[in-house]
Write a protein that binds this ligand. Sequence first.
Ligand SMILES: [Zn+2]
Length: 104
Amino acid sequence: MERFTIRIVADEAGPAACALCGQAQGPVAGPRLFLADGADPVCRDCGQRHAAELIALLDLAKSAKRLGRVCRHTLIPPLGSLLALARAAEEYAHSSAKPLQHAA
Ligand SMILES: [Zn+2]
């Protein structure tokens, strides 16, 4: 069973291949999913299959960051941004509600 971790990528590194399927991935700065002992990121599709809870957490962080940027310049955030954050929070809550599998 693979172990995954989230790392913050400070700079947009060059394109990389998914550590699991080899699919090319574009450069993205910010939080990304990695194998715990690997240097290459894991693509969203593989992450969804193997670590759905962490993908939901990444989506929640991205939605919160997007809303935070908008709120910095407006008094009342747009309803669409609030709904996107609520949806991401719901997805995370749903994915983390599943029981964890422990190694025997
Ligand atoms: Zn992949």
